[in-house]
Ligand binder design. Structure first.
Ligand code: FAD
Length: 301
């Protein structure tokens, strides 16, 4: 089915940018999941533009992924093309009180660069393991702050092939969502802004937040962070805990004993184990409290 498209990508890209039958457990922080027909680790915008044009022209299914810390590919795999923007496009630089980053840069690196340059306000990003693109798309946040608070503008490649600069206020950034999510548009870069502050204060704030995270979250196990969005008026973790589900799961997946909002892969879970555990949790919480939990994790395939 993809023969023509495969010839095209091998003409346009370096072999090292193309992975056929990619084992997606290697690219998901859950360390689980099936194979993607084609995974592209493209290293520049011009090439992404060319490939995207061909994908659209051929009507091939595609998705964008970043560092894979909020996705899960079903065991049956992804029949299409995954464009992964991560370490192949991860440069950034600091200008005055701004950090100008490619979308594959890690949020932790951006936050650290801000701190190194005495730019405060981005400390909360240090413990979020995603990329700039994934962070913008999800409006990632922690400890009362979110990307929306520190984002000035983004550069996107729209699915029709044009590159546009969009101010943050036009992205409809809201709780773990944005106008970019599921639009087919690709974030290629972002400009973050902070305020000049005392470096020691910035680093101590960052250390405090990271210590809180280590204390409360099961960082020793593969997961995708909070599995569910926060339902209006509740906390997902509290509802799950109040259902007595800590430590309960299916196969190699279970609800973390440390933080009930996290489903963890504690013993070679398959994507099905994780998805079945998600469904078990949703059904139990719905039956006991009448609250419908919505996945924060994006399921592909
Ligand atoms: C241990 C742990 C802790 C976490 N803590 C937090 C937390 O405190 N707060 C929080 O908000 N999240 C948290 N997360 C979840 C996750 O890190 C964030 O959602 C992050 O923003 C996802 O970024 P990513 O690059 O991994 O994106 P991926 O998981 O690869 O993708 C997530 C979404 O972004 C889209 N996307 C990715 N890159 C692009 C791009 N360049 N252009 C367009 N769309 C793109 C994908 O299509 C998908 O819809 C945590 C995850 C883990 C594993």
């Amino acid at each position: 089915m993809y023969e023509e498209f495969k010839n095209f990508i091998y003409n346009q890209l370096d072999d090292s940018e193309i992975i056929l039958n990619a084992d997606m457990s290697r690219y998901s922080s859950f360390k689980a999941g099936g194979k993607a027909d084609i995974l592209l680790n493209i290293n520049n915008i011009g090439k992404i533009k060319t490939i995207l044009k061909e994908i659209i022209a051929k009507n091939i299914k595609y998705s964008i992924i970043g560092n894979g810390t909020n996705i899960l590919v079903k065991d049956s795999g992804y029949r299409g093309v995954l464009i992964r923007i991560c370490e192949n496009m991860n440069s950034f630089y600091v200008k005055e009180n701004m950090i100008i980053a490619q979308s594959g840069a890690l949020l932790s690196s951006v936050s650290k660069a801000a701190a190194d340059n005495g730019i405060g306000g981005l400390e909360f990003l240090n413990g979020i393991p995603g990329s700039v693109g994934g962070g913008v798309c999800m409006n990632a946040g922690a400890y009362g702050k979110e990307i929306k608070d520190v984002l000035l503008k983004v550069e996107i490649l729209s699915f029709e092939g044009s590159i546009k600069t969009i101010p943050a206020e036009n992205l409809n950034l809201r709780y773990r969502n944005s106008a970019i999510k599921d639009s087919g548009d690709i974030v290629i870069g972002a400009v973050f802004v902070g305020a000049f502050m005392n470096k020691d204060e910035i680093f101590s704030q960052m250390a405090e937040l990271n210590a809180k995270r280590r204390d409360k979250q099961p960082l020793e196990y593969p997961s995708a962070g909070s599995t569910f969005k926060r339902p209006e008026g509740y906390f997902a973790g509290k509802l799950i805990e109040d259902c007595g589900l800590k430590g309960k799961g299916i196969g190699g997946a279970k609800v973390s004993e440390k933080h009930a909002g996290f489903i963890i892969n504690y013993n070679n879970a398959t994507a099905k184990d994780i998805l079945d555990t998600i469904e078990m949790v949703r059904a139990t919480v719905k039956a006991k409290f009448g609250v419908v939990l919505e996945n924060e994790v994006k399921i592909l395939g």
